[in-house]
Design a protein around this ligand. Structure first.
Ligand SMILES: *Cc1c(COP(=O)(O)O)cnc(C)c1O
Length: 376
């Protein structure tokens, strides 16, 4: 491949796969005349539990963010509590904590995997710390042994933001089976979708019942409201889409992993390819490389060149640490989050989705070599 190739079609950064089976499932629900939460949601919950989280009880909600919010509320998190979270993540993680009235406390990530560093978490613990909520960022599990040890030592609850990590595993156990609760997002760009939606995997029936009550105005029996709740229910239309996708997610994951292995081999000499820690299975929601030592501006020039000159759709997740966002700056920690700042400047997520052809992979590799190799 030579030079700028403006006439090439764009390789999209992400591509939700929605086919005839999903359309037929929606049609089936529409024809039934019952479209709100009902039997499809119940079936989706039990199938999701079996396929992805070792049969933990699952409760479906209308978004991943709702799942975090309700999980936190059901676990008793509220005003006066501190919950330790990464700053290098989507803002939904800290937003959910702040919306309960609790304080999100930002800790740093490890130098390699982009996930919470247990040592930094331990430093952030105070007498008000109630919980720690790691994110399995990009589909790579957080250090659950290290974080579990800090949680046990300080008597903290452990939650999981597994929004990006359907099917990932740590020490042979699926993510979502570690925390008091774990949330999976079903947004269209995630590894599987229900249109919009979230699934909460629960460690016990108390948490599950709490989330069920909170998603439905605090009611188990109609008009016998037990707690103050919301309407965060999933519809049967969305659940029907999710059930179809659940049958495909493992195949898609294998394709993501094969694409990642191909890119690892092709790109290791010009960028830092995504590390996989021993005992971990990475499901490559994102295939995120580092342009080592780059400033944010240098990295942004690489991204522009990949997109504009080579038509390789790519993303930066996330360019601004949460504690620097206008919305969350009041929670900025005093100490510096060195690895967070470094990752925010260096990362580029390249396409890894299951629809990539071998020609697409070759174009991606050639483009990265042309742009980074040339020292953009
Ligand atoms: C997508 C995402 C969420 C929020 O999920 P929604 O379904 O979009 O509400 C939360 N945390 C992380 C890390 C995410 O990637």
């Amino acid at each position: 491949m030579t030079g700028p190739t403006t006439e090439l079609p764009l390789i999209p950064a992400a591509k939700p796969i929605i086919g005839d089976e999903e359309r037929a499932a929606v049609d089936r629900v529409m024809r039934s005349g019952m479209v709100a939460q009902g039997p499809e949601v119940a079936a989706f919950e039990s199938e999701f539990a079996q396929v992805l989280v070792g049969s933990r009880t699952c409760v479906a909600v209308n978004s991943g963010t709702s799942g975090l919010h309700l999980g936190l509320l059901a676990a008793g998190i509220g005003a006066g509590d501190e919950v330790i979270v990464p700053s290098f993540t989507f803002a939904a993680t800290a937003n959910a904590v702040a919306l309960t009235g609790a304080t999100p406390v930002f800790a740093d990530i490890s130098a390699d995997t982009f996930n919470l560093d247990p040592a930094s978490v331990a430093e952030a613990v105070t007498e008000r710390t109630a919980a720690v909520m790691p994110v399995h960022l990009y589909g790579h599990p957080a250090d659950m042994d290290g974080l579990g040890a800090v949680a046990a030592e300080h008597g903290l609850q452990l939650f999981e933001d597994a929004a990006q990590a359907h099917g990932a595993s740590y020490g042979g156990a699926p993510v979502g089976s570690f925390g008091v609760f774990a949330m999976f997002s079903l947004y269209p760009t995630k590894n599987m979708t229900s249109g919009e939606g979230g699934m909460v995997a629960c460690a016990d029936e108390d948490i599950a019942r709490g989330v069920r009550l909170l998603r439905n105005q605090g009611m188990e029996k109609q008009y016998a409201n037990e707690v103050v709740g919301l309407n965060n229910r999933m519809t049967d239309i969305h659940a029907a889409i999710g059930r179809v996708q659940l049958g495909k997610v493992w195949g898609w994951t294998q394709q993501r992993q094969a694409n990642a292995a191909w890119l690892d081999a092709a790109l290791g000499d010009v960028v830092v390819t995504p590390p996989v820690r021993e005992g971990c299975t990475h499901v490559y929601h994102q295939y995120t490389v580092r342009v080592e030592g780059a400033s944010g501006a240098e990295r942004d020039r690489v991204v522009s060149a990949l997109r504009e000159e080579h038509k390789v759709g790519c993303g930066v997740y996330y360019p601004t640490p949460n504690h620097e966002l206008v919305s969350l700056a009041r929670f900025a920690p005093e100490r510096e989050l060195t690895q967070t700042a470094r990752a925010a400047a260096e990362v580029i997520s390249l396409p890894v989705h299951p629809s990539l052809s071998e020609g697409d992979l070759e174009r991606i590799a050639a483009a990265v070599h042309a742009v980074v190799g040339a020292g953009a």
